[in-house]
Ligand binder design. Sequence first.
Ligand SMILES: NC(=O)C1=CN([C@@H]2O[C@H](COP(=O)(O)OP(=O)(O)OC[C@H]3O[C@@H](n4cnc5c(N)ncnc54)[C@H](O)[C@@H]3O)[C@@H](O)[C@H]2O)C=CC1
Ligand SMILES: O=C(O)[C@H]1O[C@H](OP(=O)(O)OP(=O)(O)OC[C@H]2O[C@@H](n3ccc(=O)[nH]c3=O)[C@H](O)[C@@H]2O)[C@H](O)[C@@H](O)[C@@H]1O
Length: 480
Amino acid sequence: MSKNNELYVQKNALCALKAGDDGVKVTVIGTGWVGLTTAAVFAFLGNDVIGYDVNEKLIEELRAGRVPFFEPHLEELTREGLANRRLSFTTDIGAALSTAEIIFLAVGTPPAPDGRGVEMSFVSRAATVIGENLRPGKLRVVVNKSTVPVGSNGWVDSFIRQGLAQQGDAGPVDFVVASNPEFLREGSAIADTLYPDRVVIGATDARAIEALTRLYHPILTQDFTPPSFLPRPAGRGKVPLVVVDPVTAELIKYAANAFLATKISFINEIANLCDFVGANVKDVARGIGLDHRIGEAFLNAGIGWGGSCFPKDVIALIREAEAYGYEAKLLKAAYEVNAAQRFVVIRKLQEVLKTVRGKTIGILGLAFKPNTDDLRGAPALDIIRKLGELGAIVRAYDPVAMHRCRAEVPDLPASYANDIYNLATGADALVLVTEWEEFTQANWADIARLMRTPVVIDGRNALNKKYLEGLGFVYRGVGV
Ligand SMILES: NC(=O)C1=CN([C@@H]2O[C@H](COP(=O)(O)OP(=O)(O)OC[C@H]3O[C@@H](n4cnc5c(N)ncnc54)[C@H](O)[C@@H]3O)[C@@H](O)[C@H]2O)C=CC1
Ligand SMILES: O=C(O)[C@H]1O[C@H](OP(=O)(O)OP(=O)(O)OC[C@H]2O[C@@H](n3ccc(=O)[nH]c3=O)[C@H](O)[C@@H]2O)[C@H](O)[C@@H](O)[C@@H]1O
């Protein structure tokens, strides 16, 4: 689309009715972290939203107003949507699609079983089912929010057409496919959705761009009353809208995650150097981050990145490049630095304790980061397994993720403690893996007294080194 066209569409769409005034009919396919957040937020903004998922138990829970994963305020917002009847949930695809104007695809795209590509079967299945169940009538905009390999927009279109073909001669069905990548972070999913840095729409069809711009109008203009639990950040102005073609939108998503992941690997490499030369990586990060071209965010050194997306998306981009005979050397290096980084804490434990065999090691935190119970790609799991292999007796505690860990990783070689003090009792060392506030705010004087030997390896540089050393701890951070 030409620049003039793009501006024309944006201007017109922004002049259109606010979504809150007439309520867009939205259906979200897949009600996990991204889908449910999308559904709850658009319902909160005054749209009529139906969440559809193949997981019957999940839908049952959501209907009862229970969100079976930990995401701050998401349950509150879901309950509010259910109470004011803006939000509903179903496992009936026909009912889910019958009124829809905009259909979001938010199903998972995990790594393929061979670890080399992206598992796209959830997307293809969902797209086919949409095609099988769309009926003639008004235009439907199918919007891909899942993170997908470049070119998937056309691919989704073809699966919808295959589904439509199954219907036989049902009459003409008017639909377009657009891309709308998601940039929310777990732990701050609602804030990131209501107050995003930008909204990206990947489409060439003006009707799709108009429909999505209308839906996003309150967010783009910040013209809504914020929820009581999430005030609008001070100084938050209008949100930039980036309208591009679908392929570019899909690449923006991968590039954003790959850049952030590379930034963290970069600072971790510097942290490792700091350990050799005796510099302090926190000061280095501040010293470089104040340069606005670099920026201070995402320069926290430690055990590196985990989670459901950075690892799989960096790999996906490497594979994407390979498909064109291009070796993405920088991304490969970022991945490798990260893969090794989580074991830095084990090396530090060995430096202090000499052998970990037979020693009791307490792991502070299981989730891949604070404010979530998500264990996908969590560094804690690799660290615990490695310590198990080395003969350590591993105990773990996490404020919210233990329940999930017991269910999802039953073979983890660790037992669980009730709280941080219980974990510390008799431990030879503690390793801080997830920087929960509960850990940074704990009574470390009590913890020192409870431990067999007061040793703490701070994998997130989140604790106060001087204070802990004052309490008699042997403290090791990463590059501090
Ligand atoms: N979790 C995150 O923080 C972010 C995730 N993303 C991307 O968003 C997508 C979704 O991720 P999550 O929400 O984390 O996944 P998730 O695993 O939490 O949720 C996916 C949901 O889709 C459902 N599903 C699978 N096949 C289905 C089908 N055919 N029809 C209906 N529902 C179906 C599953 O039952 C599940 O509830 C992925 O592509 C991910 O890369 C993007 C930004 C942030
Ligand atoms: O595509 C996705 O799923 C999402 O992936 C990340 O979000 P998320 O994985 O929820 O969490 P982040 O806050 O980005 O943290 C990712 C990992 O990097 C680590 N990290 C983060 C920042 C930092 O400075 N240092 C660091 O080690 C965290 O501990 C965590 O393990 C991106 O930040 C989101 O923009 C994106 O939408």
